[in-house]
Each structure stands twice: as C-alpha cells, then as structure tokens.
Design a protein. Sequence first.
Length: 290
Amino acid sequence: MLLRTQQLTKDYGRFRALDALDLELQPGEICGVLGPNGSGKSTALRLLLGFMRPTAGQAWIAGHDCWHDSVHARRHVTYLPGELRLYENMTGRQLISFLGRLRQQSPNGDVERLAKTFDIDIARPLAQLSSGMKRKVALLAVLAPRTPLVILDEPTNTLDPTMRDELMGQLRHARDQGQTVLFSSHVLSEVEQVCDRVAILQQGRLAHVQTMAELREIRRVRARFGGVVGPLPELPGLRSVERHGAEVTFEYAGPLRDLLGWLARQDVLDLKIEPLGLAGIYHRYHGTEA
C-alpha cells in the first residue's frame, strides 16, 4: 500500500475542513478527488504533503508519517499545486533542473520528450510565458521524475482542450509504469476518462468511493409506458426506482437480455438506455448546481 489515511481531520477554529478521512491507494492506480469548493479536496492534499498538522488522525506515504516524517514521505511524491508560484527569473529548463537537484536527481530524457509533447519551449524565461505555458512547465517538473506518487490539484486549469487530453494520456502512461496518481478536479469528464477510482467529498467528509469499472456497468433506464405500470420485476442489479405517472426511471447493472425481455412484454411508448456516468453519482451528493 502506497498511501493510507486514518481518520484524517483538520479544523480551522470551529470550522472542520476535513472530517475523519479514511482512504487507501495502491501502486499503479489513478484516483480522482471530487467535490465543490470548500468540500476539503485541497486540505486533504496539503495534509498528505505535510504542509499542515492534522487536528486528528494520521496519513502515511510509503510507510512514512506525512507530518512527523514529512521529508522522507515527500521524497516519494511530486506535487502540482492549484495556484502556481514559480521562480520567474529562471527559464523552464533551469527551474526543472533546480527542482531535480533538490531531489538529488539529474534531468532525464523525459524532460525533452515531455517538452515536445506539451509543445513548450523550456529555454524561455518563465516571466515571458502565459499562465497556461507556466502550468505546462510545472507539469514537466512533476511528471519527469517518475516518483511513486504524483499529486495534482486541479491540474488542467488554464490548459487548452488539446493539452488537457495530452495530460490525461500522460497520467495513464504514469499508471502503466507503476506510478500512483491522486488528483482533484471539478471536471467530471476528465475524472471519468482517466481514473480507476473516485472519492467524492461532501462538506469535509468522504461521502462515496466508486470504482470506475463498476460504474461503467450501471445503466440509467427511462421508460414511458402506455399506462401506469405495476411493480417492476425482481431483476438482479435493478435499483433506485423513480416513478412519475406512466414514466419510470431506474438504474440497472444486470444482464441486458433480462431487462429487454421484460420490457418487450410491456406497452412501452418511449425508451432510453444510457450509461449512468459519473455525473449521476456526483449529483446524488451535490446536486446539479454543483
């Protein structure tokens, strides 16, 4: 196990920003942390990095306590903050080299490969770069060292759609190389595209953990019948039934042939079957406005 938290809690006075978080990550997986502003995402990441002392509970990275042994814990991590503060008197290459020396690592061929992939000139001074270009440089500094754990806070901020897709590809590549990726995001489609698991935070508490493999098996079914339909069949995987007169909406994770066989015997006027998707899970806890 690479990362573990146990009842991890952070209070700011009377306000509880993170409440008893229990989370485990294995090597070679991508986990997304979801929730609106104020749900505790950034607080959780900062506690893992040893930037803040937890009010209660503990967190470990590669067996090292994230607060009491934070230097050794951080040797296993690279981190991209949500708000960048870079040394703008340096070029991109100088910054990446400087950060590598702090880790006692020499720059490797991945720096040039990633620079080409992200279409960024790392010979230019950071002061001359746009916010999107600066974020690309920071991503190079995070991805190139190939640490066991990569932590990203809203990594696609200021990136254009093409570079967002490229970043998702690089995260999959990191997972395939055995690295673990933990990142927060507001963009459900990004999380759904790349993650193996998703943790949804609600007012500082872990509200739900969902594996994406299981989620892809769940379908949302909307059926409108010629009259008010009676009890639905007792099919394995049928749940969350909503009725509005002759219209019924439900979730189904069982064999389609069983469902379609039952529907074929009904007076169905309209039918829609679609993947539930991450939005369906997320909106249970935060509603469509979030």
